[in-house]
Structure formats: structure tokens, C-alpha cells
Design a protein around this ligand. Structure first.
Ligand code: FAD
Length: 400
């Protein structure tokens, strides 16, 4: 196969992970780094929750891709469609093929709208929206404002998804808005979760139960929305597990979150784990591929059992960069990722709980003087102003 170009390090995806790694590689002195990224826009997705809750504008979450591309990095505006790790090449949808010494795989996650019956046709209309799409997050806010009585359903799919807290955060923001409008008692709010509790750490789940009770939200645990009928405005809720029974909930508004998995072209590639989610098979500590030592992966597409967030990427990126350096210079890999992730759960339009934890679900608070299991007002300002500033000015520049 004809090679279009060779770069020492090729990064697939110029999102949160790809740009952070590129910036850190430049700072570490690497001069031949290329990022393959098809999009002209770069998104700060964590703010989409606040867009949906009417607390941030959609425009504040997007910047041109060229403005975040680190100086000295080659941007290849193309979409990868295949990996040939035995030949050290990646091929793009137009047939262009790039060779590398080391590869970083970071094209993010795929939203599988069609895996929930009726969802793909329903989303965007009839009160059905999703903060998981940039173009729809503002519509969530419209639908929340238009709901003055009736029923609202907030759903979370089973399986790994990015930001596992996002499906419930918007339920709290919406309920807080309805409470302030004086209409909350006229709306049946349903939160449908596939998990046994609202959070995997019992102390945090206890406090979220209090938030849920305060708003009068009806919590459906170990349950999943398996079908959406947008025209009839109803969803089918199925108990998770063998022989689960079905119930029906009517809705005036539905916040939908689709099942998620690796992009199909990653799933079918030699880099995948080969299971139904198809993420990139890496060692969960070194982030090196388990079969192809010059391949590394991080972010949402990596098959690491951490919670998939930008916060996790912030801790993974320095590990990938240090281990690429070790690999290229023939040393044993020296850096380890401990599974750190953080889940900023907004619980009202001015409060937030900042859950930070590692692979063992041990709490690892950055601000230990604030009880990490409870919502606090200062964290709201961290979420709305602090973290976006840190993202654009420090993280994407490889400084934190
Ligand atoms: P992305 O940032 O999604 O980047 C993937 C990139 O790959 C994109 O630029 C894409 O265009 C590119 N790409 C796609 N296909 C190809 C291809 N074929 N070839 C080359 N490139 C390709 N995280 C937090 O830390 N805190 C939060 O509060 C939080 N809240 C969230 C709320 C919502 C509603 C959502 C949707 C996400 C939230 N996240 C949050 C998660 C966070 O945004 C992601 O975990 C993070 O962006 C993952 O980074 P990534 O680089 O793996 O993927």
C-alpha cells in the first residue's frame, strides 16, 4: 500500500485526549507529531449539561479546531477508517495511509442511537432531547421550559458511557428549575437507572438519595428504557437482567441518553478487545496495547474500567506521553494510571457534588477540606467557570 506520509507519532482524534497528548508530546521535545482529526470544531462537552439546564450557552462550548491544535503539530484533516498495526499504518476513508513509529488511538466513543428501539427517530422532536449532542443540548432547555405539568423521564442506558453522571445531573437541574417556577408538584419526574443505586460509592449514593427525595423524583433502579415512542409520547421501561418485566411511562419531556460503544471501525479492527463494546485493548495501568507495544490508547475509546471522563483524560495523558518516550527509547515503561476519574454532579442550579475516585472506588478528593460525599456551593463555580478555563488554557496546552 502506498504511504502518503510518515510521522514519528500519529494521534487518531483531536478531541480532549488527542490534543492534550499532542501538546504534552511537543513540550517533551517531539518534533514530528501528527493529529488526524476530521472536524473543524473542538467541543468542551462537560458544559453541555449546563447548556441543557439553561445555565450556559452552546456557543461557549465550541472553538475552532485550529485554535487548539498545538504549534508545530501537523493536523491531517481526515477520518481514519482502518488500522494495520502489523504494518504500523492507519488508513483514512479517502484511502490516504499514514505510517508511524508510535500510535495514539483517541477517536472517542460512538453514540448508538439505534440500539434503543425508536430512539433515533424520536430524538429532537416531541419533547425528546439529549445533552449528548451539541446541536440538541439547547433543545433540552427549551423542552424543560415548555414542561409545566405532566411527566418527565430521564434515562440512562446500561453499559459504559461517557460521563456516567450526566444522565442524572440534568434531572436535578430541571427539577430545581421547575421548583423555582412553582410547577414541580405538577410534574411526575422519573429517573430510570440501570444501576442498583444512583452512585457506586455508598456514602455518595446516600446523599444523592436525599437530593432525589427533596425534589420528589421517582427513582427506578435496575431499570432501562428499551423503547421510545415519540409520537405516542411513551417509553417502555424494562427491568435489567434475565426475564425483566416491562412497564410503560408516559412523558411530556424525555431526556434521552443512547447506549455507547467504540466506533464501528475500531470494533472491527485488530486493536479492539473483540467484545460487543469493542474498545481498544490496553493495559489499564500503562495504557499500552496488550498485543502491539507501539500502540497506546486513552480517553473514551480505551478499554480501561475507569469512568469515562475528561477528568480521567487529564490523568491519563501524562502517563501515555511518558510511556511513549520509554517505549521509543527502549526503556521499561515507567508511568502508571491509577484509574482516577471525577464526576461533577450538579444537584441544583447552584450546588455540586464533586466525586473523585480511582479504580478501587476509593475517594481521591482534590479539595479534602470539603466533604467529597456532599454537594457544595463553591463547586458550582468550579464547574461553570473554573474547569472550562482550566480546560482551554491549561489542559489543552499540556500544562496540567
Ligand atoms: P472526544 O473528546 O469526544 O474526542 C474524540 C475526537 O475524535 C473528536 O474530535 C472526533 O471528531 C474525533 N474522531 C471521531 N472519529 C474519528 C475518525 N474516524 N478519525 C479521526 N478522528 C476521529 N467529562 C468530565 O470530565 N466531566 C464532566 O462533567 C463531563 N460531562 C459530560 C457531559 C456530557 C453531556 C458529555 C457528552 C460528556 C461529558 N464528559 C465529562 C465526558 C468528556 O467530554 C469525555 O470523556 C472526553 O471528551 C473524552 O475525550 P476523548 O478525546 O476520548 O473523546
Amino acid at each position: 500500500m502506498a504511504i502518503t506520509a510518515k510521522h514519528q507519532i500519529v494521534i487518531v482524534g483531536g478531541g480532549t485526549a488527542g490534543i492534550t497528548v499532542a501538546a504534552r508530546l511537543r513540550r517533551a521535545g517531539y518534533t514530528d507529531v501528527a493529529v488526524i482529526e476530521p472536524s473543524n470544531d473542538h467541543y468542551y462537552q462537560p458544559l453541555w449539561t449546563l447548556v441543557g439546564g439553561g445555565r450556559a450557552s452552546a456557543e461557549s462550548t465550541v472553538r475552532p479546531e485550529h485554535s487548539v491544535m498545538p504549534k508545530g503539530v501537523t493536523w491531517i484533516r481526515n477520518a481514519v477508517s482502518a488500522f494495520d498495526p502489523a504494518a504500523n499504518t492507519v488508513t483514512c476513508t479517502d484511502g490516504e495511509t499514514y505510517e508511524y513509529d508510535a500510535l495514539v488511538v483517541a477517536p472517542g466513543i460512538q453514540l448508538d442511537w439505534n440500539r434503543t428501539e425508536g430512539l433515533e427517530e424520536a430524538v429532537g422532536r416531541n419533547g425528546v432531547s439529549s445533552n449528548y449532542r451539541f446541536d440538541l443540548a439547547s433543545r433540552t432547555w427549551e423542552f424543560i421550559q415548555n414542561t409545566r405539568s405532566g411527566s418527565a423521564v430521564f434515562m440512562m442506558p446500561s453499559g459504559p458511557i461517557k460521563c456516567g453522571g450526566a444522565p442524572q445531573k440534568i434531572a436535578y437541574l430541571a427539577s430545581d428549575y421547575w421548583r423555582k417556577q412553582g410547577v414541580l408538584d405538577k410534574i411526575d419526574v422519573h429517573l430510570v437507572l440501570p444501576t442498583p443505586r444512583a452512585f457506586g460509592i455508598p456514602e455518595i449514593a446516600d446523599n444523592l438519595d436525599k437530593v432525589i427525595a427533596k425534589y420528589g423524583i421517582q427513582l427506578h433502579t435496575l431499570s432501562e428504557v428499551t423503547a421510545v415512542d415519540g409520537e405516542a409520547k411513551k417509553v417502555t421501561v424494562t427491568a435489567v437482567g434475565e426475564g425483566g418485566t416491562d412497564t410503560t411511562l408516559a412523558f411530556d419531556m424525555l431526556h434521552a441518553v443512547p447506549p455507547q460503544s467504540a466506533p464501528d471501525w475500531v470494533k472491527s479492527s485488530p486493536l479492539s478487545t473483540g467484545d460487543s463494546n469493542g474498545y481498544v485493548e490496553v493495559d489499564k495501568f500503562t495504557l499500552q496495547h496488550t498485543r502491539f507495544p507501539n500502540v497506546f490508547s486513552l480517553g473514551d475509546v480505551a478499554a480501561t474500567p475507569n469512568s469515562k471522563t475528561g477528568a480521567a483524560v487529564r490523568k491519563q495523558a501524562p502517563v501515555v506521553v511518558a510511556n511513549i518516550a520509554d517505549h521509543l527509547e527502549g526503556r521499561p515503561l515507567s508511568a502508571h494510571y491509577d484509574g482516577y476519574s471525577s464526576c461533577p454532579i450538579v444537584t441544583s442550579s447552584h450546588d455540586m457534588l464533586l466525586a473523585e475516585f480511582d479504580y478501587d472506588m476509593h475517594l481521591t478528593p482534590s479539595f479534602p477540606f470539603l466533604d467529597p460525599t456532599k454537594p457544595h456551593r463553591p463547586y458550582w463555580y468550579v464547574k461553570k467557570y473554573g474547569l472550562p478555563w482550566l480546560y482551554w488554557n491549561l489542559m489543552l496546552k499540556g500544562l496540567v
